[in-house]
Every structure is written in C-alpha cells, then in structure tokens.
Design a protein around this ligand. Structure first.
Ligand code: ZN
Length: 165
C-alpha cells in the first residue's frame, strides 16, 4: 500500500509506503487529503486513517531536475504501448537508428514497437524501409514522470497528478 505525497502547493512530490506516510501525519508534517477504505490503523497515539494522498504542511523546495532516465518500460509507457510504426500493440522497443549503426539509447532514438515491425526492420532505418514514425519521440514531461512510482497509480491519485500536468 502506497501513498502519494503532495507538496504544500498541491504538486505531486513522491510516492512513499503507507507506513512512512502515516509517520509524517503523526508528526504533524502532513495531513491526509484522501483516505483508503477500511479500518483505521491503531497506534500508541490513537487511531489513524489510512492515507491514499497526503499533503505536506510546509512547502519543500525540490532541486529542479527535469531529466527522466530512459528505460524500456518508460518508452512503452510514453508511447502508450502502441507501435511507433504501425500503431498495433507494442511489446518491445526499437532503436530508430539501430544500435549497430551508432543509434543511442535515448528518448529521441527509442520508440515502442510491435514484434512484427521489429523483426522486419532489423538493422535498417525507417527511411530505408520507407516507413514513417507516427510520433516524434521526445523525453517525457510532467509530474507523473518526475515522481517515481506514479506509473502504478491509484485512482485516488489521478486528480492530483492531472492537476499538476
Ligand atoms: Zn508495428
């Protein structure tokens, strides 16, 4: 069970374990915005709601890193699991400029790809295949990318993630 932590300005900040969230609430560092269904949690200090979303009572400055590391899962997620060439369901990723020809492991050079296109394309470029990319691959942006752990999102988090996007 995990909890979305919002900064005092409602920006999504982090995803933490529900225990860690509860400690923040118990220490008056945060208050519960959305709670989970079910029994409250009992601690020495009384009963506590299970937090789904909490908000920090004081604003935290975040060092402004906008770099999202490239991962296979991230590329599939960015492209909504659709093949960049044929729009069918994608299960793999493709180096647009093949690795064997100096293609980088970058957001710009990777695209979600179905197995069929991947096999047919092999070590060729889309130009050589006469293929066109449906999308212009870019590094992803937005809080759902900056905050680790939001890809397995809870429905109760969605309004807060959408608000900040
Ligand atoms: Zn395809």
């Amino acid at each position: 069970m995990r909890t979305l932590v919002l900064n005092a300005g409602y920006e999504p900040l982090a995803v933490v374990s529900f225990k860690r969230a509860l400690v923040l609430v118990m220490n008056d560092k945060a208050t519960v915005v959305e709670r989970l269904e079910g029994e409250p949690v009992w601690a020495a200090s009384g009963s506590w709601e299970r937090p789904a979303v909490i908000i920090l009572t004081r604003y935290v400055r975040v060092p402004g890193s906008t770099h999202v590391p490239v991962t296979r899962r991230g590329v599939l997620r960015r492209d909504a699991q659709r093949c960049g060439y044929c729009d069918k369901s994608a299960t793999t990723i493709d180096h647009i400029l093949p690795r064997s020809r100096g293609g980088a492991d970058s957001w710009e050079n990777l695209v979600a790809c179905c197995l069929r296109c991947s096999n047919v394309k092999g070590d060729r470029t889309p130009q050589e295949m006469g293929w066109e990319l449906r999308v212009a691959p870019r590094p992803p942006r937005g809080p759902q990318w900056m905050v680790r752990g939001t890809d397995r999102s809870d429905p109760r988090w969605e309004p807060y993630l959408a608000l900040a996007a």
